[in-house]
Design a protein around this ligand. Structure first.
Ligand code: CTP
Length: 412
């Protein structure tokens, strides 16, 4: 069952996942409360263990206030944010669906690599059967030191996940690799590790964003698509373990780091890219708003206004990508989108049939909170049998998962 907020946005109500965040003594510890917040916002239950030196950089009170749980720091004396002494490293290890260590110092990494369990965090990790995500952050020379690199390799060969640090200015004054990735990136990595992975082994080709059709070196025509829906599907598919390629028109969104991004400009570029990658895919999801009409000719010189009051621009219809790859469908699942202002389901149903789709997602354009540029969407998902699933206003992420649920049903 699902519940909704006052504004009608659906909230998932799956059992809560528990993430245990281990914070060690690095300056980047200041970013960790934001990681905790991000996980909690996704409905996860978050606990924190801090090493003694971590408490020099961020206070246990900050973490306990955010998580709503005591913060554990000592192997024997319970925790310093409450007097609860019943929790030990085994209890904490057993609770976790994921242990996330951020920032992970060279010292903690070395201890973990060698099975040393001399504090609450290292003991908990040793006792845990859950996945462990380690986010190293330190001075560039400490990070590139062969001993640290060997230790990181040992963690990976023991089955732990290691998120590569970012490059840039470091708090120690050096420049290079060693920055803790941004909180959103850490949260995304954590989600991927604890996701269902039900699309593992499935190859999904997604088109996203608008296309741009050049008129002359200065001007072009385009549409209002921002790529947000394509971005949401890309992220959801990656989190569920699919291999994803996204063919995108020019957009300002960042696609999930695991997806291969293929950038195109025009409807014709997008058509060529789809043809090139279609053989690879098990599933094609055409979320892009492809131009239906493109300038008949491209003027190499800027069109001058001279004294004219009007200018006639001749447009020619572009190739309908979905319609022209129908014969290559075979056992692949094809999903289309229909952006409509009126007669939503009727128009979408016609497109479903004409383009031989397995599903079409009909979007209402022009209503509040739905369609282009919005973070939410509303509309209907229609299948060839005539089944219509109407969905309320919901985040595009959630709609992306609904579409993928229906794709997954059709894959079996
Ligand atoms: N599409 C496509 N090639 C095009 C135009 C659209 O493959 N040249 C795809 C879109 O990516 C979408 C579906 O077809 O998945 C429907 O697109 P939409 O713009 O809603 O409909 P059209 O078929 O273009 O029809 P109309 O513009 O008349 O509504």
């Amino acid at each position: 069952m699902e519940n909704t907020t006052e504004n009608g946005i659906e909230k998932p109500s799956k059992p809560k996942k528990t993430v245990l965040i281990g914070i060690t003594g690095g300056i980047a510890a200041y970013k960790v409360p934001m990681v905790a917040r991000g996980l909690i916002a996704l409905g996860m239950d978050v606990y924190a263990i801090m090493t003694k030196s971590a408490t020099e950089f961020v206070t246990p009170t900050t973490l306990s206030s955010l998580t709503g749980h005591p913060v554990y720091t000592d192997l024997f004396e319970g925790n310093i944010a409450s007097n609860n002494i019943n929790i030990n490293h085994i209890t904490l290890a057993d609770k976790a669906d994921l242990i996330l260590i951020a920032p992970a110092t060279a010292n903690t990494i070395a201890k973990l690599a060698h099975g040393i369990a001399d504090n609450l965090l290292t003991s908990t990790v040793l006792a845990a059967t859950s996945p462990v995500l380690v986010c190293p952050s330190m001075n560039v020379n400490m990070y590139t030191n062969k001993l640290t690199q060997d230790n990181i390799s040992m963690l990976e060969s023991a089955g732990m996940y290691v998120l590569e640090p970012g490059e840039g200015e470091l708090a120690c004054g050096w420049k290079g690799k060693g920055r803790l990735p941004e909180p959103e990136r850490i949260v995304l990595e954590a989600r991927k590790i604890i996701s269902t992975n039900d699309l593992s082994g499935i190859k999904i080709l997604i088109t996203s964003g608008p296309t741009l059709e050049d008129i002359d070196p200065v001007r072009f025509i385009t549409n209002r698509s921002t790529g947000k829906m394509g971005q949401a599907i890309t992220e959801a598919a990656c989190l569920r373990g699919a291999s994803v390629k996204v063919i995108t028109g020019p957009v300002n969104v960042n696609y999930a780091p695991w997806a291969k991004v293929i950038e195109v400009r025009s409807a014709n570029d997008m058509f060529n890219a789809v043809k090139e990658h279609l053989d690879w895919a098990d599933v094609l999801i055409m979320a892009a708003a492809v131009a239906d009409f493109v300038p008949s000719t491209y003027k190499k010189q800027k069109i001058k206004k001279l004294n004219s009051v009007t200018y006639k621009l001749e447009l020619t219809s572009s190739t309908d990508i979905l319609a022209s790859i129908k014969d290559k469908k075979g056992k692949k699942i094809f999903v289309g989108f229909a952006a409509e202002t009126n007669s939503l389901e009727k128009n979408a149903g016609k497109k479903l049939e004409a383009k031989a789709l397995d599903l079409i997602v009909a979007n209402k354009v022009g209503s509040k909170g739905s369609g282009f540029a919005s973070d939410t969407n509303t509309g209907s998902i229609i299948s060839p049998s005539g089944t219509v699933q109407r969905f309320k206003l919901m985040p595009k992420q959630r709609l992306a998962n609904k579409i993928l649920d229906l794709v997954a049903e059709r894959l079996v």
